[in-house]
Design a protein around this ligand. Structure first.
Ligand code: FAD
Length: 406
């Protein structure tokens, strides 16, 4: 696969400025979205809402379990250890999640709250407290005995605290992709499942999207290819690297303690184990995503192994035995997924360095689910007007432009 960069033309001449306004008939564009994960479906929703003619290509169906948007649960959190610069983007995404749920009459995000648990001087604990202080965000600090009383799912040492983020919750990611897909279809988008995009070739008056079934002309292309970002993105080698993430499910001994009403999601930091934990959604187990061991790099999605080194699983079991007192510390289900990571850990959202009619929304670096609605909105702004007042500088593709291929 490659991005042919031999020709180039300038961006839209649309005069629409406000996000959410429909373009005039002349400015209405034919837009191809490559990738129907959460980022592509959200982009399709926002683009269709603005009146564009949207076609979503996916090599699988939408949703699917091959990409980064699957695995039963995902976290939404507002106290953001990655930096306060994300917070307004996240808050506005929260509003759009509610808008999507209302439009589709469904619930995909349960606001069960979120805990960051560890010693007060752990960098992730101090980061969420600094974020809360700087932006005056709702939160509560619980000492060990208050934690044991209120949230018994989590075992804590006497010198640990929990920082409660009330504006956090747990997604059901497959239902979320379905909701965004269905809302985009309701607004006019079309889906082409099982259709891999092989090449994207820009010409002065159109962009050709080539698949095994033929070629179609578009005015703009959105790349939302998740862990397959590689060659199509036009970014240099090594800008986006895939890693293998491992999640394990542990049987609940006491369901009431682990239901979302009683168990917030958590970012757990302890010398004997670091992980994120999710409340029980299936009546059987709690999912734990291991953080204290390196996530192995992999060359591409085809290299994603289901096999996990037993030492990795045993280490997670030991952490759960130590820190989750009401779970059976036996990993009864282990799954692997992959995601594209950038060198600085921030996503890439903006015009492609090789042609500004191609918009990149890739390299989500393990963060992308929660703010995918705003990524979709920024993408739709860029397609409609060529700029977005909501775009975050930290996500600007230009920071990697020196590695762009031509
Ligand atoms: C295990 C795990 C846990 C995570 N936890 C969280 C969390 O708690 N909170 C959070 O906010 N984020 C989290 N993330 C990150 C978040 O889930 C991802 O950033 C997000 O799902 C990425 O969505 P996407 O649409 O970019 O990618 P994907 O869902 O992978 O979608 C990409 C799609 O593109 C298609 N595609 C690729 N190439 C082509 C092509 N050439 N032609 C046609 N189709 C193509 C693929 O088939 C795929 O369907 C986590 C990620 C992982 C892997």
């Amino acid at each position: 696969m490659s991005t042919d960069t031999a020709t180039h033309s300038s961006t839209s001449t649309s005069t629409d400025s406000a996000a959410g306004t429909s373009p005039t008939a002349a400015a209405q564009k034919r837009v191809a979205v490559v990738g129907g994960g959460i980022v592509g479906t959200m982009a399709a929703w926002q683009l269709a809402q603005r009146g564009h003619t949207v076609t979503v290509f996916d090599q699988w169906n939408t949703p699917n379990d091959r990409g980064a948007s699957a695995g039963e649960s995902r976290i939404f959190r507002t106290l953001y250890k990655e930096g306060p610069e994300y917070v307004a983007f996240i808050q506005r995404s929260g509003q759009k999640w509610k808008e999507l749920e209302a439009a589709q009459d469904t619930q995909v995000l349960e606001w069960c709250g979120g805990l960051t648990i560890g010693r007060p001087d752990h960098p992730d604990v101090t980061a969420v407290l600094e974020c809360a202080d700087e932006l005056n965000l709702d939160h509560r600090v619980l000492d060990a005995s208050a934690m044991r009383e209120e949230f018994p799912a989590y075992g804590v040492d006497d010198d640990e605290i929990g920082v409660l983020d009330p504006n956090a919750g747990v997604f059901r990611p497959e239902l979320a992709v379905l909701a965004a897909r269905d809302e985009s279809i309701r607004q006019g988008a079309t889906y082409r499942p099982y259709t891999e995009v092989l090449h994207i070739r820009p010409f002065p008056d159109r962009i050709m999207v080539h698949t095994a079934e033929g070629s179609d002309a578009f005015d703009s292309v959105v790349l939302a290819t998740g862990p397959w970002a590689g060659a199509l993105s036009g970014l240099g080698d090594g800008v986006i690297r895939n890693k293998q993430l491992v999640g394990s499910w542990f049987p609940v001994r006491d369901l009431a303690v682990h239901e979302p009403a009683r168990m917030p999601i958590s970012i757990r930091r302890h010398p004997e184990g670091a992980f994120s934990a999710f409340p029980c959604l299936d009546g059987v187990g709690v999912k734990v995503l291991t953080h204290h061991l390196d996530w192995p790099p992999i060359d591409g999605v085809r290299d994603l192994a289901r096999f996990v080194d037993p030492a990795f699983v045993r280490s997670t079991e030991a952490a759960v035995e130590r820190l989750m007192p009401h779970l059976d510390p036996t990993a009864v289900r282990v799954s692997t997924w992959t995601e594209g990571f950038t060198p600085d850990g921030a996503p890439i959202v903006g015009a492609s360095p090789v042609d500004d009619r191609i918009v990149l929304a890739v390299g989500m670096s393990g963060q992308g689910f929660k703010f995918s609605p705003m990524v979709g909105s920024v993408v739709a702004d860029l397609v409609t007007t060529g700029s977005s007042s909501d775009a975050l500088d930290i996500m600007d593709p230009a920071r990697f432009t020196s590695g762009a291929s031509s």
